[in-house]
Design a protein around this ligand. Structure first.
Ligand code: ADP
Ligand code: MG
Length: 276
């Protein structure tokens, strides 16, 4: 039995193990020489990029800079034209992707929920598909409702009957259902109004820290990047303009573009109320 399968059968096991043994939970995601073009136009050109186990990597950049494409390459939904994407010790290819995707939770911007399924139906879909027994599905669901602070009476509502913030909590529960090693989130808070967004930011950061997952989060908001990131990757036309901490980007910009990007969002660098 693989390690991940064992964990799935005892969803809490890794958390306890990691805390007791000091093991780093999560998994390494490694990109090397990855390029992807659409109609001859390069969308992603990344020499080397790593998401470290148990850490949060934030991808930031203007609209069209390749953030979503990069995330799709990481999830194996798109094959690269060149280069490799490796999860743990396994390269993600069209052949390995379907199996590896069970170890990854993916949240897209609008949540991507099935409108004809209830919240519960959306969350448990994959677990049913891979053959979990009903009592195990139910107990995992209860854990996730508590973790994401989702109102339990919302479970039997359809996505259209939930608020935007609740829908994102459902998407998050769905992504976490199989206890993935890697969590990828594409502007998960982008469509929410400021108060709901701030609540969900706090909950998300708590969840990332509690679970110790490897997280890759996309945003176009530098304040949000600062709030979540162990490391930030700033993309410019599909390339890495700079990788580092928030302070690296603000205090040691590597190019005029980085300076401009930071200046355009200068409130993020000064307003501690929002970001701490
Ligand atoms: P971001 O998420 O940073 O806004 P994207 O990754 O969505 O950027 O897009 C990067 C570039 O690739 C854009 O120029 C976009 O138009 C192009 N692109 C993305 N997906 C496709 C696609 N499926 N077909 C054609 N072009 C695409
Ligand atoms: Mg995008």
């Amino acid at each position: 039995m693989t390690r991940s399968l064992r964990r799935i059968q005892d969803p809490g096991s890794r958390l306890r193990l990691s805390h007791r043994d000091g093991n780093v939970p999560g998994i390494l995601l490694d990109l090397n020489g990855v390029t992807k073009s659409f109609d001859g136009e390069p969308a992603v050109r990344v020499d080397s990029l790593r998401a470290l186990p148990g850490r949060t990597l934030v991808l930031i950049g203007a609209s069209g800079s390749g953030k979503s494409t990069l995330l799709r390459l990481m999830v194996g939904l798109l094959p690269p034209d060149r280069g490799t994407v490796t999860l743990g010790s396994t390269e993600i290819t069209p052949a390995t992707a379907p199996r590896l995707r069970r170890r990854m939770g993916y949240v897209i911007q609008d949540g991507g929920l099935f409108p004809h399924l209830t919240a519960r139906g959306n969350v448990v879909l994959m677990a049913r598909h891979v053959g979990w027994r009903a009592d195990r599905v139910e107990s995992r669901l209860r854990e996730l409702v508590e973790l994401t602070r989702f109102p339990p009476d919302g479970l039997d509502r359809f996505p259209a009957q939930l608020s935007g913030g609740q829908r994102q909590r459902v998407s998050l529960m769905r992504a976490l259902m199989l206890d993935p090693d890697l969590l990828l989130l594409d502007e998960p808070l982008g469509a929410l109004d400021p108060l709901i967004r701030s609540d969900l930011q706090e909950d998300l950061r708590r969840i990332f820290r509690t679970l110790g997952k490897t997280v890759v989060l996309v945003t176009h908001d530098l304040g949000e990047a600062r709030y979540f990131a162990d490391r930030i990757v700033l993309l410019q036309e599909g390339r890495v303009a700079q990788e580092g901490t928030f302070e690296d980007l603000v205090e040691r910009p590597k190019s005029p573009f980085v300076t401009r990007f930071v200046r355009a969002q200068r409130w993020a660098a000064t307003d501690d109320e929002v970001t701490s």
